[in-house]
Design a protein around this ligand. Structure first.
Ligand code: ZN
Length: 188
């Protein structure tokens, strides 16, 4: 989905939302929820990142309902104006967070929380390189704004499953629109 492909129905709510938890690793302290398969994958991702010595993943935001997205969108547009606000916050019904398959992450103590510089932290570098093994992609990579409609967001991870994420990595195609030969979606 993107700015040309909203959810249908617009207030779609996924089934099987769960808050991922790992017994040894507090990576979801705010109890954010994902669809079950993405939640299980996020545990593996967090444990692998920690095991590689790249720190503790923190899920800042994951599933957001239609009405929660109304609030996020309003806040961003009020703070930054329509154009800048909508470059970072999707309209309700158009956010990947509403699918339960996307999460915004940071890493404990590494700074750059929800900022472009997260891509340069040891966690951000490791995630960009390894997240595909656990079925996640950096959905809005650098230089993809004309296709995705979003600025570079090294923190926004989308679960697409290990099979697709691995295929994208092998083909060196990192943008879903490009992989599926969908029209670019720079705007609504
Ligand atoms: Zn996000």
């Amino acid at each position: 989905m993107n700015k040309q492909r909203p959810l249908n129905p617009i207030n779609y709510k996924p089934a099987n939302l769960v808050a991922p938890k790992s017994p040894g690793l507090s990576f979801n302290p705010y109890g954010r929820k994902l669809r079950r398969e993405a939640a299980i994958a996020s545990i593996k991702l967090a444990e692998a990142m920690h095991g590689a010595g790249k720190g503790i993943l923190l899920i800042q935001s994951a599933y957001r309902s239609y009405s929660e997205q109304v609030a996020v969108h309003d806040k961003m547009v009020k703070s930054y104006g329509l154009k800048k606000g909508e470059a970072v916050a999707a309209r309700p019904g158009f956010s990947e967070h509403q699918t339960g398959l996307a999460m915004d992450v940071s890493a404990r103590g590494q700074g750059c929380r929800i900022r472009v510089c997260f891509g340069q932290t040891k966690a951000g570098i490791w995630l960009a390189k390894n997240a595909y093994k656990y079925g996640f992609i950096i959905r809005y990579p650098q230089g993809s704004t004309p296709m995705t409609g979003y600025q570079y967001e090294p923190w926004h991870m989308r679960y697409v499953g290990v099979f697709l994420a691995t295929k994208m990595k092998k083909k060196n195609i990192h943008v879903l629109e490009k992989y599926f030969k969908l029209p670019p979606a720079p705007n609504y």
